[in-house]
Design a protein around this ligand. Structure first.
Ligand code: HEM
Length: 479
């Protein structure tokens, strides 16, 4: 950028207005702008100031990320600012709490996420959704030569799946029967988007005024929240009354069984899980299918790997894959990780600083400042990934035997890192690999206007702007 050439490195800050002018100029390309600025800084880290006394630091430096997320974890909670904004919707669920309230939920959840029974439950839910909904839907569109929005379909798949896991409710968003479920999904989406929208107010407390007067987006938000809460409360109440909860495999039963949690708190827990597991896998798979259109050799390598696995296990196209077979899909795993390196579903993540601190690269962070680690920028730093960091190259994830290498979560914090690392990582790979494998061996996915797609929308997750319109064609594979 010639205009910024020659000035000091980092975000341009003016007295009183801070980085606001550049921020406003670049807000439609926020991620790429900040990536460029951080890339020019010697340690890929810069202070940031916005009017309203909002001070912070943005970093794309793995050593700083390790310090924030692990070494000095206690000093970098989510913080009150974050929690207050999302509290109406999420209450004190795992996603929106710190300290003891978070720790207790984390303990139960991390135990449950490691049980075999939960893995089996997840596998079965994915299988049913694939075979009774997704594949028939794609077949039907293929026959009718219809263009589909694959992102929308994947979001509905993920929503059905996470609701089954959370409280064994099937909203049927991908099927043709789920009117109540679709209303629930819509209300959930509105509530999540409008809650996140509170972060973007130029005047930070304006939303409080609108909430008190019950007008505009705050009125819609409150309505959406009450639909979601009522819906969840009914399921929880029935479950508590029927006392059959111990027989069910979902998260709700597991939390009812473990601690003495009030119905309101159970609702917070469930809502947090739905949010966490909702848009992340669909975002990744949308970018994945789009990237494959530009990289046919990667697509061929994935198909070759699937063929070898089928051959080794005497399977035919259309048979479902076991968890062990999914684990053997190293190349597919690498291609999905490579997608998330370039398009991380949670592209930036922010913490609060409790006490003055100095990051390992020497950057000062003041008490009450925000600290953002920039996962999207990190995927595009030559210092981390080499000069070919903008290329889509799954091979970088594999060792010489073709097995996935362990990557440091501080260089690749796509799933967060340290004590608050994502609990659903394994589940997410299971789901994404099952969908990718089953779709790819039956259909070729074409994006008619692939050059025009590829813009992104920044909400809580990184979504494709305008969705992902695709045409599917039956793939004839000769096994
Ligand atoms: C590609 C898929 C996914 C990605 C990239 C991803 C990424 C993340 C990230 C970045 C965080 C940290 C957010 C923060 O605290 O600020 C997180 C937390 C979390 N994720 Fe995931 N996630 C994925 C899928 C899932 C799924 C399917 C679940 C299943 C329920 C899940 C459950 C959670 C939970 C419970 C937390 C909160 C952990 C805690 O605060 O202790 N995630 N995830």
């Amino acid at each position: 950028n010639p205009k910024t050439h020659g000035r000091h490195k980092g975000f341009q800050t003016y007295p009183l207005i801070g980085a606001l002018p550049d921020f406003l100029r670049n807000r439609n390309r926020f991620l790429d702008w900040t990536t460029q600025v951080l890339g020019d800084c010697p340690t890929n880290t810069s202070p940031f100031y916005r009017p309203g006394n909002i001070h912070g630091v943005i970093t794309a430096n793995p050593t700083n990320v390790e310090h924030i997320l692990k070494t000095n974890f206690e000093n970098y909670p989510k913080g009150e600012r974050f929690i207050v904004l999302l509290q109406d919707f999420f209450g004190k669920g795992i996603f929106n709490s710190d300290g003891e309230i978070w720790r207790l939920q984390r303990k139960t959840a991390s135990y449950e996420f490691n049980t075999k029974s939960l893995r089996i439950f997840i596998m079965e839910n994915v299988r049913v959704e694939l075979y009774t909904r997704l594949i028939p839907m794609l077949t039907e569109a293929e026959e009718a030569h219809r263009i589909l929005d694959l992102q929308d379909i994947l979001e509905r798949f993920a929503f059905d799946n996470i609701c089954k896991l959370a409280f064994n409710f099937d909203p049927g968003c991908l099927g043709s029967t789920g009117k109540t479920g679709r209303e629930f999904m819509l209300a959930f989406e509105n509530a999540a988007t409008l809650s996140a929208g509170r972060f973007l107010y130029a005047v930070p407390f304006l939303w409080r005024v609108k909430k008190a007067l019950n007008i505009g987006s705050e009125a819609t938000l409150m309505k959406s929240i009450s639909i979601v809460h009522e819906f969840a409360d009914t399921i929880i109440r029935n479950r508590l009354e029927s006392r059959v909860h111990n027989n069910e495999e979902d998260l709700l039963s597991r939390f009812i069984g473990k601690d003495e949690n009030s119905p309101g708190f159970l609702r917070d827990i469930i809502i947090s899980f739905i949010l966490a597991g909702r848009d992340t896998t669909s975002s990744t798979l949308s970018w994945f299918f789009w990237l494959l259109c530009f990289n046919p050799e990667v697509e061929q390598s994935i198909l070759k790997e699937l063929k070898e696995i089928r051959k080794r296990n005497r399977k035919r196209i259309g048979d479902s894959y076991s968890i062990e077979e999914l684990r053997d899909m190293n190349y597919l795993h690498a291609a999905i990780s490579e997608t998330m390196r370039l398009y991380p579903p949670v592209p930036v993540d922010t913490k609060a600083c409790l006490n003055d601190d100095v990051l390992p690269d020497g950057t000062f962070v003041g008490k009450g400042w925000f600290v953002t680690y920039h996962t999207y920028a990190m995927g595009r730093m030559p210092k981390i990934w080499g000069e070919d960091c903008y290329e889509f190259r799954p091979e970088r994830w594999l060792d010489e035997k073709g097995i996935v290498k362990q990557e440091s979560p501080f260089r690749f914090p796509v799933f967060h890192a340290g004590p608050r690392m994502c609990l659903g990582k394994d589940m997410a790979y299971i789901q994404m690999k099952s969908i990718a494998a089953s779709v790819m061996e039956r259909f070729s996915v074409e994006v008619p206007e692939k050059e025009k797609s590829g813009g992104h929308l920044l909400s809580l997750t990184l979504r494709m702007k305008g969705g992902l319109p695709v045409k599917v064609r039956e793939r004839i594979l000769l096994d």
